[in-house]
Design a protein around this ligand. Structure first.
Ligand code: AMP
Length: 341
């Protein structure tokens, strides 16, 4: 090929990489640097959602899916999950285009993808699970690809605690920070197993009712004390529209949720929060308590986008400018001067 033609082709490729990067928070020079940092484990699913205001068809969901869509604004993601032959190829391509590596995603051609359906109450904060079809998740045995071995950060999205543990055990070197999300479902059917996995992680994320269920304490401060004795050094308690609390030793930090006029669908807000939190930590590579405070604000800002539309739709639309201005709104929300008299 003529040199000029080669250079022209190279220019087209680099300009499309630059265009992709302009729309994300990862700059082109950073892509390589962040390439190896974050492994995400979590369900990839079909969801059917009912809210007091509407009902979705079968749409794409899953904890791992939300985390990947969100965290990929900040860093490259190496995904571990399983889907059936019915999971749309286009959805996988969309994630690959976001710098989500799918080598660790198993595709079981003759089986069906995990399915979950839920109905929200009028307050949009609480919900009932209507149906859970485990399908491919029933016998899921994650395999960590060799190329994921050097990860610095591990995000264990909501999945069976034994599956989450298996990923930790397959890693030859312990990541700098292991974060785990879970839900009441596992507390009901696998509490011992869950506590075993919890004892191996650095940061645990649960919502307020799960913190109470896990600890047997009603006061969230007492619940936090008791959960921190189970192993994790940090505990994040999510309180939906009432924000989130971060506990570490005897310190507490509180971040509000952005007051929104309309919450359309809260599904995946917790996972999106987790994606923003770990995305920020992986991008900055700073695991101090102070940086975790910022990460909580980032997670809260990202979650506020998620609830604006059904499923992952809003997360697919937003760009760096949207995210920056949302974070600025958060700063305004909690920014005040006080003169002690
Ligand atoms: P969230 O609203 O953040 O709690 O997460 C909702 C997502 O979790 C949905 O997209 C579901 O597909 C997924 N999910 C629900 N139940 C389970 C489960 N038992 N295991 C794994 N993922 C689940």
């Amino acid at each position: 090929m003529h040199l000029r033609a080669i250079l022209k082709r190279f220019k087209i490729v680099t300009s499309s990489i630059n265009a992709f990067c302009r729309n994300t928070l990862v700059s082109p020079t950073n892509i390589k640097l962040y390439n190896m940092s974050l492994v995400v484990v979590g369900s990839m699913a079909f969801d059917a959602i009912e809210t007091p205001f509407g009902k979705s068809d079968k749409i794409i969901g899953g904890a791992g899916t939300y985390i990947a869509w969100c965290a990929s604004n900040y860093t490259a993601v190496k995904q571990i999950s399983v889907v059936g032959g019915d999971f749309p190829e286009l959805e996988l391509t969309a994630l690959t285009n976001r710098n989500v590596d799918l080598e660790g995603v198993q595709i079981k051609k003759d089986e069906k993808t995990f399915f979950w359906s839920g109905r929200y109450h009028l307050d949009m904060n609480s919900r009932d699970t209507l149906e859970t079809q485990l399908n491919v998740l029933e016998n899921f045995q994650p395999v960590v690809p060799e190329s994921y071995q050097d990860c610095e950060f591990l995000m264990l999205g909501n999945l069976a605690p034994s599956v989450q543990r298996s990923v930790i055990e397959q890693l030859k070197n312990r990541p700098k920070l292991i974060i785990m999300d879970t839900m009441n479902f596992w507390m009901e059917i696998a509490m011992d197993d869950l506590k075993k996995t919890i004892s191996m992680v650095d940061v645990l994320m649960v919502n307020d009712s799960e913190a109470r269920q896990l600890s047997g304490e009603f006061s969230l401060v007492k619940a936090a004390k008791s959960i921190l004795q189970m192993g994790p050094k940090y505990l994040i308690i999510k309180k939906g529209e009432h924000g989130a609390l971060l506990f570490h030793e005897n310190k507490v930090f509180f971040a509000p949720a952005l007051p929104l006029e309309e919450v359309f669908d809260p599904t995946g807000a917790g996972d999106t929060f987790a994606g923003g939190f770990i995305g920020h930590i992986a991008k900055t590579k700073d695991i101090s308590f102070n940086n975790m405070k910022t990460a909580i604000i980032v997670g809260s800002a990202m979650a506020s986008f998620c609830v604006e539309k059904f499923g992952t739709q809003r997360l697919r639309e937003i760009n760096k400018a949207d995210i920056d201005s949302r974070i600025a709104e958060f700063v305004q929300l909690v920014n005040f001067d006080i003169n002690l008299v």
